[in-house]
Design a protein around this ligand. Structure first.
Ligand SMILES: Cc1ncc(COP(=O)(O)O)c(C=O)c1O
Ligand SMILES: [Zn+2]
Length: 402
């Protein structure tokens, strides 16, 4: 199979780069998005064909950017469970609730999708050295897929990130650097390394293929709900790759005739002080850089996402919302969902639940709605957030439940 990639389109000017190219950004400096031969895909494949394929994101092969199947670097990422959560629905006062559990991906996060798509495509194009700023999860995924592909990965993260971040990168043989500074410092240091040493800078939307992997989250939600979309999607937003990708793929699915016109409201959830929330509340088209506020959910604290304008476009176009939640609200819902649904959410995933709780309180959501929460990582990556300790009894003792 030679793939259906047609070219790369600029998100700001009218530049279009047809065919195969190793460019990562437009000449104007803006992000590029992959365009496909959708008419040819429509004739070649149907949702019925897809239903018979392996449960991984590569079941949507025609909508992914790799030319040759042999180039695909995969560990069966994607096709994660969409878990109904009835007790949570009752607690929140929402009609139907599903948790899209990205924690079952290789390396325990949704970042596996982007790493699989991007490393596959870049290696196919002959690019073999990458760098990736991270708060832990992205670096780990790129390190793991880099190891599988046999390419070189450099990754840096703030020194105060959970240890699993750098340990995961180390076990996969990546070059890992711990930065005694903020995420913004990490971005600068990686960008500088890319310029000096010729690494491909694989930050959010700094190249066009990671978002292609992440968009498969949107296709899966549609397929798992019988090719219908929910009323609202809550997404913990950092660089915005997931929300931009899902909004893009809804256009593609509509053009293919696989979904009808009804789209979900897209809701970005961030930590208190998040720049997307501030810009949304002020009706702005771009974010102003916010200070790096320490938080237990580092994935959703980005001072100014490179593709802020694309996140905001998706929020406005979907009549969505943006909401900031506190660490206390996040911890509350991590504990509640763990105790009543058995799912160990990441703090980023718990933030989406806290965001919905706010929307219900403000009368924007009720029992007539069907919603999907994205748990973008397994809570197992955050053992340091579990509060309290069980009692220790001597080996010669007995249990006294009182
Ligand atoms: C667990 C987790 N959730 C969400 C995000 C934000 O992802 P996106 O770039 O798709 O907005 C990140 C980013 O690092 C993350 O690690
Ligand atoms: Zn351009």
């Amino acid at each position: 199979m030679s793939g259906y990639l047609h070219g790369l389109e600029c998100t700001k000017c009218d530049a279009y780069y047809q065919g195969d190219t190793t460019r990562a950004l437009c000449d104007c400096g803006s992000p590029l998005l992959v365009r496909y031969e959708l008419e040819a895909i429509r004739k070649a494949v149907t949702p019925k064909d897809i239903a018979c394929r392996l449960p991984s994101m590569w079941r949507y092969r025609e909508l992914l950017p790799v030319r040759d199947d042999k180039a695909i670097v995969t560990m069966r990422e994607g096709f994660t469970p969409l878990i109904p959560a009835e007790r949570l629905a009752g607690e929140l006062g929402i009609g139907e609730v599903y948790i899209k559990d990205e924690g079952t991906n290789p390396t325990g996060t949704f970042k596996a999708r982007g790493a699989s798509a991007a490393i596959s495509r870049w290696k196919e194009l002959g690019v073999t050295k990458f760098c990736q700023p991270t708060v832990g999860s992205g670096g780990h995924a790129w390190a793991a897929y880099g190891a599988r592909a046999g390419v070189e990965i450099h990754t840096a993260l703030p020194v105060d990130c959970p240890e699993i971040g750098w340990k995961g990168c180390s076990i996969s043989g990546a070059h890992v650097y711990r930065v005694d500074g903020t995420v913004t410092d990490v971005f600068r240091i990686m960008k500088d390394g890319a310029e000096r040493y010729g690494w491909l800078y694989a930050g959010a939307l700094r190249e066009p293929y990671r978002v292609e992997g992440k968009k498969t989250m949107g296709i899966e939600v549609a397929e798992q709900l019988g090719w219908e979309l929910p009323d609202v999607i809550f997404y913990p937003t950092g660089g915005g790759v997931g929300i931009i990708g899902m909004w893009k793929v809804f256009d593609e699915l509509e053009a293919l005739g696989w979904i009808s016109g009804r789209r979900p409201r897209m809701v970005s959830v961030q930590c208190t002080g998040g720049s997307v929330v501030k810009a949304f509340n002020n009706g702005k088209e771009e974010c102003e850089a916010c200070p790096d506020v320490p938080t237990i959910a580092p994935g959703i604290m980005v001072a100014k996402p490179f593709s802020d304008f694309l996140i905001l476009r998706a929020l406005y176009a979907s009549k969505g919302w943006a909401v900031a939640v506190s660490d206390d609200e996040i911890l509350h819902f991590m504990a509640w969902v763990g105790r009543h649904e058995g799912i160990f959410l990441s703090p980023e995933g718990a933030a989406t639940v806290a965001g919905a709780h706010r929307m219900v309180q403000q009368g924007q959501l009720d029992r007539s709605h069907k919603v999907v929460f994205f748990n973008t990582a397994t809570g197992l990556r955050y053992p340091h957030l579990i509060q309290g300790q069980p009692p220790i009894i001597p080996g010669s003792g007995n249990i006294d439940p009182a």
